[in-house]
Structure formats: structure tokens, C-alpha cells
Design a protein around this ligand. Structure first.
Ligand SMILES: Nc1ncnc2c1ncn2[C@@H]1O[C@H](COP(=O)(O)OP(=O)(O)OP(=O)(O)O)[C@@H](O)[C@H]1O
Ligand SMILES: [Mg+2]
Length: 316
């Protein structure tokens, strides 16, 4: 089956403030969709509506074949949700909390104990299972939340900043865990870490001021960078101007920018005239002219730059 989550024209206001403004998207099985956007963009509010914790003002949400307005219980059974912040029931220990959640999810007996033990192992909670959740560090609280979300092996996972507060090793493990589960589920996660999008997401949407302003693969979003497919070439030369002029004459080159000179080397940024990078033409020219090349590479564009450009344009 294809589409697992379908959100159409979702809107949510708080008083006169519009937090989510006409957002539509869908997620297929096998996809990991990243939600990106500045603080206050509407990411968590959108997630709360998909998981049934908030009711939209208008718009529809379908999970599998169920519409959340008609079958909220069926939808909740299909979803695992890691909310932002710490888990509720903070006076419980992880082990009692997970048994409690397992009961709610309908697990019983040996199956329940097996699943809880499996989750504790998966998110490395072993050392803290008997300590009250409220006394745990931020990262361990996050892991308890994550264990709770995946306990019933849901078809759809909604993870609000799943790696927030985790140490680098644990970040890596949680990303691996998400990637390992991806094929069998539809996963939506929010993050402020753009390398996380590259590492785990097959698609990302950018939300700003409650509106969806970009939707695509990480590579297609990177391609929106003004630096995408430019070439940077560093040459050891005392006479940069003839080099600059020669580069400008290449037909696949639109323009050339002299970036920096240091230690007898000059770096040029070479912009493409078409869709492709001019790297092979630049490289031929360097060889034909016997330039002393220190470095030559294509810039793919960074998601950070795209994110900043898109979200600040939106704000202004
Ligand atoms: N219950 C509420 N009452 C009033 N305003 C709210 C409520 N919940 C959220 N908002 C507002 O809606 C906007 C969107 O909030 P939301 O939590 O969805 O942002 P976010 O994209 O998740 O941000 P962050 O990256 O900081 O987590 C914010 O301006 C927030 O203050
Ligand atoms: Mg949020």
C-alpha cells in the first residue's frame, strides 16, 4: 500500500493567531519525511493534529484508510508519537511506565514483557530502568519517550525532535534505529539539525509562519542553493586577472567571482550558465594552460543556506 498519511488543507488558529495555515502533504510507506522550520513555525502543532491531540479548525487527516475525525481511536492505534519535551507520568520508573503503556496498547502477559524488554534494549535504557523518570537526564527522558512511541510497532511514527538532547553516540543510534524501521513504516520527524535530514530523511518539507514553503528530497532542496553546481578552483598564481578572464570565456560558465588570495594562491568561484556544473570545462582549461591547481571541486549547496534563504525571505 502507498499513502499512509494524507493531510489536506490543515488549519489551526489560537485566538486571532494562525499557527497552521492551509498545510497539505502525504507520506508513503517507506518514506521518512522531515519537518524543518524556524521556532514557532507550526511543526509541533501539525504533529499534534495528526496524532489527535489537537483538533484542527479545518482540513482533513487520513491515516491508512481512517479519517481521524470519524475514527480517532483507530487512527491512534496505528500511530506512535514522541511528543516534544519530557514524557508524562514522571514519578514512574521507565519499566513501570513502559508496562503501563504496553497495557494501554493492548499487550498482555509474556508478549508484553518481551516487547518492553526489547524496547529497553533498543534505546539503551538498561542502566536507568528503576529510577523515577523525573530524576533522569534529558537524553534518557527522550529515550523513554522514544521507547514508548515504538512499543506497539505502529505503522506510522510521528517523532517531534527525536534526537533533541541526546549525546552524539545516541543521536547516531537513534538515527540508525529510525532508518532500520523506515522500510516498514511511514515516519514523520521534526528536526533543527540539517545533517539529520541528509542522514535519515527521504523527503523534507519546510514550514514557516504556518505555511508549507518547500517540499522535496534533500538533494532537490539543496539544489535551490545559489551555490549549487558552482565550481571552486584554487590556483597558485601571481597573476589572477588573466585566469579570471579565461574562466569567464568558457561557454558553460556564467560568471566568475574572485574569493580570496592567500599564500600565493587565489580561489575563484565559477557559476554555471546552465543546469550542469562547468567542472570538466574548467578542469580542461586548467590543464591546457598549465595552471598550478591546488584544489578543484563542485559545490552542491548546503541545506543550511537554502533553509536560511527560504525562511528569511518568507519572514520579510
Ligand atoms: N496552545 C497554544 N496556545 C496558543 N498558541 C500556541 C499554542 N500552541 C502553539 N501555539 C503557537 O503556535 C505557533 C506554532 O507553535 P509550534 O509549537 O507548532 O512551533 P514549532 O514549529 O514546533 O516550533 P519549535 O521549533 O520551537 O518547536 C507558536 O507561535 C506557538 O506559540
Ligand atoms: Mg516544536
Amino acid at each position: 500500500m502507498g499513502v499512509m498519511v494524507e493531510v489536506s488543507h490543515l488549519k489551526k488558529t489560537f485566538g486571532s493567531f494562525t499557527a497552521v495555515d492551509d498545510i497539505s502533504f502525504s507520506v508513503n510507506k517507506g518514506e521518512v519525511l522531515g519537518f524543518l522550520g524556524p521556532n514557532g513555525a507550526g511543526k509541533s502543532t501539525t504533529m499534534k493534529m495528526i496524532t489527535g491531540f489537537l483538533t484542527p479548525d479545518s482540513g482533513t487527516i487520513k491515516v491508512g484508510s481512517d479519517n481521524i475525525a470519524d475514527n480517532p481511536v483507530a487512527v491512534k492505534a496505528r500511530i506512535g508519537y514522541l511528543p516534544e519535551g519530557a514524557p508524562l507520568y514522571s514519578d514512574m520508573t521507565p519499566i513501570t511506565f513502559l508496562h503501563f503503556i504496553a497495557e494501554i496498547r493492548g499487550l498482555r502477559g509474556a508478549e508484553k514483557s518481551r516487547r518492553v524488554a526489547e524496547m529497553i534494549d533498543k534505546v539503551n535504557l538498561g542502566s536507568v530502568v528503576n529510577k523515577p523518570i523525573e530524576t533522569l537526564s534529558k537524553g534518557f527522558k527522550r529515550r523513554v519517550g522514544l521507547a514508548q512511541a515504538i512499543l506497539h510497532d505502529p505503522e506510522v511514527l510521528i517523532l517531534d525532535e527525536p534526537t533533541d538532547g541526546l549525546d552524539p553516540n545516541q543521536k547516531h543510534e537513534v538515527r540508525t534505529l529510525i532508518s532500520d524501521m523506515a522500510a516498514e513504516k511511514a515516519i514523520i520527524l521534526s528536526t533543527h539539525i540539517l545533517e539529520e535530514v541528509n542522514a535519515v530523511c527521504s523527503r523534507a518539507i519546510i514550514i514557516a509562519n504556518g505555511r508549507l514553503i518547500a517540499d522535496g528530497t534533500p538533494a532537490s532542496l539543496e539544489a535551490k542553493s545559489p551555490l549549487h553546481n558552482t565550481v571552486e578552483i584554487t590556483i597558485r598564481t601571481a597573476a589572477p586577472d588573466p585566469v579570471n578572464r579565461a574562466l569567464e570565456k568558457i561557454s558553460s560558465v556564467k560568471s566568475v567571482e574572485k574569493l580570496a588570495a592567500a599564500d600565493g594562491c587565489v580561489t575563484f568561484r565559477v557559476y554555471p550558465s546552465g543546469d550542469n556544473s562547468p567542472i570538466s570545462d574548467v578542469s580542461h582549461m586548467a590543464r591546457d594552460n598549465n595552471w598550478d591547481v591546488e584544489n578543484l571541486h563542485v559545490v552542491h549547496g548546503r541545506l543550511d543556506d537554502v533553509f536560511r534563504t527560504i525562511t528569511t525571505q518568507q519572514a520579510s
